[in-house]
Structures are given as structure tokens and as C-alpha cells.
Design a protein around this ligand. Structure first.
Ligand code: GLV
Ligand code: MN
Ligand code: MN
Length: 431
């Protein structure tokens, strides 16, 4: 049997993980004919799970869909049933997405297992590759639902939440053969799990500017998501004098400008975004009576995020009051800042240095990741992969094959080191 020690051998120049992401970037793995949109439990999601499960089997894993619709592959260790190192990211995407956000981490997890299986190497722990179903929240107004189910932090399911077609989460689960009453059974017990490793494209420009192909994440920024509803009075665009209008869209426009101003007035890590806006009734000759928009606020610390959220809420209330508009603010997501595990992060940084010959670039992630949620279950760490011009959530998203191969080498080195020198007390290794 090959040794756990020593450097992994050189890999091919082409990354099969990148090629597979490209293959999954279009119909039938996308719900849209043009570009990529893969929604949680959609037809494209099911087609993707079928294809990814086949690749998991070819790599030497068994696979299953869990009670929350996550796809999970397992490669047993030296002792069947041993706790697992989880390697995960998400299968779902935003609308008009890039091909690598989430998916590259899953494909690299499969490559890790394929590599060890090809060597006939069994580790002192199992490897599980998880493709999470809902990280983006792009189908239902709730994100990271499925990693929260796995981490055991989901208290209740928003079964009445509806997608853009008005279909409830309850109906979507039923039509996929998933029982809402059993959804929380997706939860792992801490003793089943060793740690969580996620590889992800950086989605920002830092690694490219540093001329590094890979980097190590130290923490993930805090997030809030709100749904903001402004209710005015719809009226005739020709007869309603400007002074008497209660125009919900004009109020929303003023609110959005205030959000941008407050977001820009804080430290550099503070960001505030309105990414969705729905206007009703939505006709050119009708004064808008209804405007609903999303609000996403993030910062490296909860204090900075919360201070901005308080200022924004106060500004929105003032605007609504001045314009005679009814305002409703619904908080849909509250993710605290998540530090990555210091010991695992140090080990990853050592692997990056060994593979690249350079000190690892460490960075905070402004983007959210399933790792944030998994941190409640087990220690987490993340490796970032450079992406072109930092562009993400955009079809122009691009990664280099050699960077993806470098990330794979880092993951292999990290896992070999972990196997040779466990991160936790040896007793944690027993089932
Ligand atoms: C996920 O991509 C997020 O950061 O919103
Ligand atoms: Mn994303
Ligand atoms: Mn992502």
C-alpha cells in the first residue's frame, strides 16, 4: 500500500474538475436554455445529481441523496463506518451563473477520492464528498438550507416559502420524493465527522493581484439578508398629480441610494447590495403601488454589519414616513462571521507553501459558503482558487486549469498530513 507520507505525484496539466464544471454549465444541467441557472431540486438539479453520482461511483465512492436533497458520496477508510472528513460545496447556482461557483469544490472533492482510490490507499478516516442543494437561496427566499440541515442547526423548515412560480417548498420536496417530516434527519452527529474542507473559487480579485493560484481562508464575513416591502398607492400615471402620489418605486429608489451611501461610508469590508427589485402593478401608465427589494449586508465583524443595518433601517423608515409609504422589513438570513479552524487553516497554509513554494496568501471571504454553517458541526477550513479578474455570479467567471490542479495538490497534501498526524484527539477517530 502506498505511504501516507511524501509528496503527491505530479498531476496532468488539464483539470478534469474544470472540464466537468464546463460540461455541467449548460442544458440539461441548467434550467435555462441560455446560460446557467441550477435551482435547488429543479429538473436541472436532478440531472446534475445523476451525472455527479455517476462520477462519484467511477471515483470509487458509494452515493446517496440525503433527506434534504444533498448528494453525498462516501469512500470508506481503513475501518468501515469510521468518522469522515467532509469535502463539500454546492451544486445549486444563482441565475445567469458562472460554471465554477460551488461546483468546482464538489468536482475537486471527487478528484481527491479518485486519486486515493487509484492508489488503493485507504485513510484512517472516511472521505465524504457533499454537493449541497441550496447554498445560494436562488429558488426559495432562504439560503444554506441544506447545509443547515446537515449541520443540525435547522430548527424548522419554511415549508410555505414559494419559488418564482408560486410552488411551495413543501410541494417541491414531495415531487422529489423527499418527506418534509424527515428533512432534519439529514443532520450528522459530531462524532460522525472529523472536519469539513471546502475548495471554492475566490470570487474576488485578491489572489490574482498577489499572483497566487491558491490561497487560504481565515474567516467568512457576517451576512444579513432582508426582504424590504414598500406599499404605496397605485394610480393613474396621467391624472395623479406629483404632489399627491404615494409612489412605492420612487421611495424604493431613494432607499436604494441611501443603502449604497451607507454601505460605502463604512470600513472597506462593509458591503450593502440590493440585487432584486419587483415593482407592481408594473405598467408604464400606472404609478407603482408596490415595490419589494432584497437587501444583503455583509462585513468582517458582526458589529460593523449590525451598525450598518441599524443605520439603513432608520433611513428606510424616514423615507417611508416622509412619503406616506408603508414599510415592512423581514430578516431572512442572519449568518454570524465564521472563523475557520486555526489548526486546520495552519495545516492548509503549510500544504499551500509545500505545493506552490510560496507563503500562503491568507484572506477573509466576503462571499458566503456552506463552511459557515458547517462550522457549527465540526472544524472547517477553506482553500480558495484564483478566478479571472475576481468576476463571479456572472457567466464570465473563469478559472485556470493549473490553478485547479494546484488546489487539488493542496487538498491531497493536506489530507495526507491529516492522516499522518490527526488534528484532534485520537479518541475522536473511533466511531
Ligand atoms: C453566495 O454566493 C453568497 O455569498 O451570497
Ligand atoms: Mn454563489
Ligand atoms: Mn459559492
Amino acid at each position: 500500500m502506498p505511504s501516507l507520507h511524501g509528496q503527491p505525484e505530479a498531476l496532468p496539466t488539464d483539470s478534469r474538475a474544470v472540464k466537468r464544471c464546463d460540461q455541467l454549465g449548460a442544458h440539461p444541467f441548467s434550467d435555462t436554455q441560455d446560460g446557467l441557472f441550477r435551482a435547488y431540486l429543479s429538473d436541472a438539479y436532478k440531472a446534475t445529481c445523476t451525472q455527479v453520482a455517476q462520477w462519484m461511483h467511477e471515483a470509487g465512492m458509494t452515493s446517496r441523496m440525503d433527506a434534504a436533497g444533498n448528494l453525498i458520496g462516501r469512500y470508506e477508510g481503513q475501518t468501515p463506518g469510521a468518522p469522515a472528513l467532509l469535502i463539500g460545496s454546492h451544486l445549486d447556482s444563482v441565475r445567469n451563473a458562472g460554471r465554477y461557483d460551488g461546483m468546482l469544490g464538489v468536482m475537486l472533492g471527487i478528484e481527491v477520492v479518485a486519486h486515493f482510490a487509484a492508489q488503493g490507499l485507504r485513510l484512517p478516516f472516511a472521505l465524504e464528498v457533499i454537493g449541497f442543494g441550496d447554498e445560494e437561496g436562488s429558488r426559495f427566499p432562504t439560503s444554506m438550507l441544506t447545509s443547515r440541515a446537515v449541520a443540525g442547526t435547522l430548527d424548522a423548515l419554511p415549508l410555505d416559502a414559494v419559488d418564482a412560480n408560486g410552488t411551495t417548498l413543501r410541494d417541491v420536496l414531495h415531487s422529489n420524493g423527499l418527506d418534509p417530516a424527515r428533512y432534519l434527519e439529514a443532520a450528522y452527529k459530531p462524532q460522525q465527522v472529523l472536519a469539513y474542507l471546502e475548495a471554492h473559487i475566490e470570487q474576488g480579485p485578491v489572489l490574482e493581484a498577489a499572483n497566487m493560484g491558491v490561497g487560504v481562508v481565515t474567516a467568512i464575513a457576517a451576512q444579513y439578508r432582508f426582504k424590504v416591502s414598500m406599499q404605496g398607492v397605485a394610480g393613474h400615471a396621467g391624472t395623479m398629480p406629483m404632489s399627491l402620489r404615494k409612489d412605492a418605486l420612487a421611495a424604493a429608489a431613494q432607499a436604494i441610494a441611501a443603502i449604497e451611501r451607507i454601505g460605502a461610508s463604512g470600513p472597506e469590508d462593509l458591503v450593502a447590495t440590493v440585487g432584486q427589485l419587483c415593482v407592481g402593478p408594473g405598467a408604464s401608465n400606472v404609478v407603482p403601488g408596490q415595490a419589494t427589494f432584497s437587501l444583503d449586508i455583509r462585513a468582517g465583524t458582526a458589529q460593523v454589519r449590525d451598525k450598518a443595518a441599524t443605520e439603513i433601517c432608520a433611513a428606510l423608515h424616514t423615507i417611508a414616513q416622509q412619503r406616506g409609504i408603508t414599510l415592512a422589513l423581514e430578516r431572512q438570513n442572519d449568518l454570524p462571521p465564521t472563523p475557520c479552524d486555526p489548526d486546520l487553516t495552519e495545516r492548509l497554509a503549510t500544504s499551500v507553501a509545500r505545493v506552490t513554494g510560496h507563503t500562503a496568501r491568507r484572506l477573509v471571504s466576503g462571499a458566503g459558503h456552506d463552511a459557515m454553517v458547517m462550522a457549527a458541526l465540526t472544524p472547517v477550513c477553506m482553500v480558495f482558487i484564483r478566478c479571472k479578474e475576481g468576476i463571479s455570479h456572472n457567466p464570465a467567471e473563469a478559472v485556470r486549469h493549473d490553478d485547479a490542479q494546484q488546489a487539488l495538490l493542496v487538498m491531497l497534501d493536506f489530507i495526507r498530513t491529516l492522516a499522518a498526524s490527526p488534528a484532534q484527539e485520537p479518541t475522536e477517530f473511533s466511531a
